[in-house]
Design a protein around this ligand. Structure first.
Ligand code: AMP
Length: 507
């Protein structure tokens, strides 16, 4: 079972239908499939990539994302989509960790990636998808699609662990099929010619949700990055538009929609998730866009698929039950088991918060090359999410807290430890702790508490430069606070809860 058959079947039944549009250029399903078969053949025959080899896909949103993704699957390879906003050193880390055999990148990222990839112990070929050479690959004589097993690795999804080192969640063909079937079962029935507007990175949730859509003949309209105006314009311009958006994208769109009539335009379904959506924002969104919202709760390890708050669940008269529903992340997806348990894995009574665990066909195989992390995340077949939540008597799950100290900035996850490790490299820094500060625009933003070594000094500018040299731009702290000491417990552990209280008091 190769997941790409779902796309190839549609290309056969609807070859002339628009599949992908980007920068004013449209590829039909037939054209896209032809390119993918050709590129697959190039990778297998000319590059001699062995079955199961990993192919890194690192580019801003563009049609080549689908060409390289589907070609990898046709060729029996595993795709490793990587966020284009990562620092080249972070891309290098992922490329090395997964033992990539090939990297596809956009021209824009090439100059940053070339020196760091050339420096790796094993040279990895780097192909620009903007080059003539790449276009020649798309004209190679085609190869047929390889057969795969359901549990073969299809998408290696890099998520950061609490240790700060990214871990690769191994998503199989079965996982992606499970995720796609759940879209149809719980969220929407996609029809040929429907539109999916992509304003969020295809390397993450938007790319994963493009699969069920394109498999049903949907038209993927790609924008390189997000702006509220592009979102609102897309809703007017295209038929039956669906999109996946982080809550912060929606709140920005709401502000831009003020005073507009029929801002929802041709919106079919607005799927949101990945970070908390506050009830007041949700009520406003329903007012502006109508009852066309679906919330999903998932994580890279069980892609897009743990619970959902359906469009019907969003409707109500504003009474307590309705508001409680809106504050929840809905009920377990159709063929997904979800439990709230204590540390020993015992199911907790209704209303009592505990760790959320889940089991289904969308649960990842494990972490790439990391049996220890896999053993801790998957126990007796259940995925331990690291999220804290509680169920009510109707089976609605409310997320209470994140057990990890992850910061969600505008839908992008930031792990404090990564930033702390970089700041600690500065000779003057003795201790550091990074937490999320509330931000009206982005939900959260990292701020750093820094303790300096005795008699030493440093400027904010220096620390900023250090971060920019080593981390993706969006991860650098918004502010630095200098303290004499960090609050700690009896075991010497830094108390981030106390830092959060201090920050709230000072605001
Ligand atoms: P990622 O693996 O990047 O998709 O991040 C997954 C994490 O985002 C989850 O473990 C949750 O902590 C958080 N998350 C996902 N969906 C929601 C949601 N609907 N509401 C609140 N937090 C969410």
């Amino acid at each position: 079972m190769n997941i790409v058959h779902a796309f190839l079947n549609r290309a056969r039944s609807h070859p002339h239908l628009a599949a992908v549009t980007c920068s004013g250029q449209t590829l039909s399903f037939g054209e896209l499939a032809t390119r993918c078969h050709a590129l697959a053949a190039y990778m297998v025959q000319d590059m001699q990539l062995a079955e199961g080899s990993r192919v890194v896909i690192c580019m801003e949103n563009r049609a080549a994302f689908f060409e390289t993704l589907f070609a990898s699957w046709i060729a029996g390879l595993s795709a490793v989509p990587v966020n284009a906003k990562l620092h080249p050193k972070e891309v290098r880390q992922i490329t090395g960790d997964c033992g990539a055999a090939l990297v596809f990148a956009s021209d824009h990222l090439l100059s940053g990636l070339q020196p760091v990839l050339a420096d790796m112990p094993q040279a990895v070929p780097l192909v620009s998808v903007d080059d003539d050479a790449y276009h020649a690959m798309l004209r190679h004589s085609p190869m047929p699609c390889k057969d795969m097993q359901a549990d073969n690795l299809a998408w290696l999804f890099y998520t950061s662990g609490t240790t700060g080192v990214p871990k690769g969640a191994m998503l199989t063909h079965r996982n992606l099929l499970g995720m796609s079937l759940h879209y149809g079962a719980d969220i929407d029935y996609v029809m040929a010619g429907d539109t999916m507007l992509h304003l969020a990175p295809l390397s993450h949730g938007a790319g994963q949700y493009s699969l069920p859509h394109i498999f049903n003949g949907g038209h993927q309209v790609i924008e390189k990055s997000f702006s509220p105006e592009l979102l609102l314009d897309g809703l007017q311009r295209y038929p039956r538009v669906s999109l996946f958006a982080a809550p912060t994208m929606i709140t920005r769109a709401l502000r831009a929609a003020e005073g507009l009539r029929n801002a929802g335009g041709n919106l079919q379904t607005l799927v949101y998730g990945g970070a908390p959506m506050y009830v007041s924002d949700l009520l406003k969104t329903l007012e502006v866009f109508g009852p066309r919202l679906v919330q999903i709760y998932g994580q890279g390890e069980s892609p897009m698929t743990i619970t959902q708050l359906s469009r019907q669940d969003h409707q109500g008269n504003g009474d307590a039950a309705h508001l409680a529903r809106l504050a929840s992340c809905g009920v377990a997806r159709s063929a997904v088991q979800v439990k709230v348990v204590d540390d020993e894995g015992r199911e907790l009574p209704l209303g009592e918060p505990g760790e959320i665990i889940t089991r289904s066909d969308t649960r990842m195989l494990g972490y790439w090359n990391n049996p220890k992390a896999t053993a801790s995340a998957i126990r007796d077949g259940w995925l331990w999410t690291g999220d804290i939540g509680s169920f009510n008597e109707l089976g609605y799950l409310t997320l209470r807290d994140r057990s990890k100290d992850m910061i969600i900035r505008g839908g992008s996850n930031i792990y404090p430890r990564e930033i702390e490790e970089v700041l600690l490299r500065h000779a003057a820094v003795a201790e550091v702790s990074v937490i999320g500060a509330e931000s009206a625009d982005l939900g959260e933003e990292p701020v750093a508490f820094v303790v300096l070594k005795h008699g030493m000094s440093v400027t904010q500018q220096e620390l900023d430069t250090l971060c920019l040299d080593n981390l993706a731009r969006f991860k650098r702290p918004r502010e630095y606070f200098f303290l004499e000491d960090l609050p700690k417990n009896n075991y010497g552990k830094i108390l981030k809860t106390v830092l959060r209280q201090q920050l709230r008091r000072s605001n």
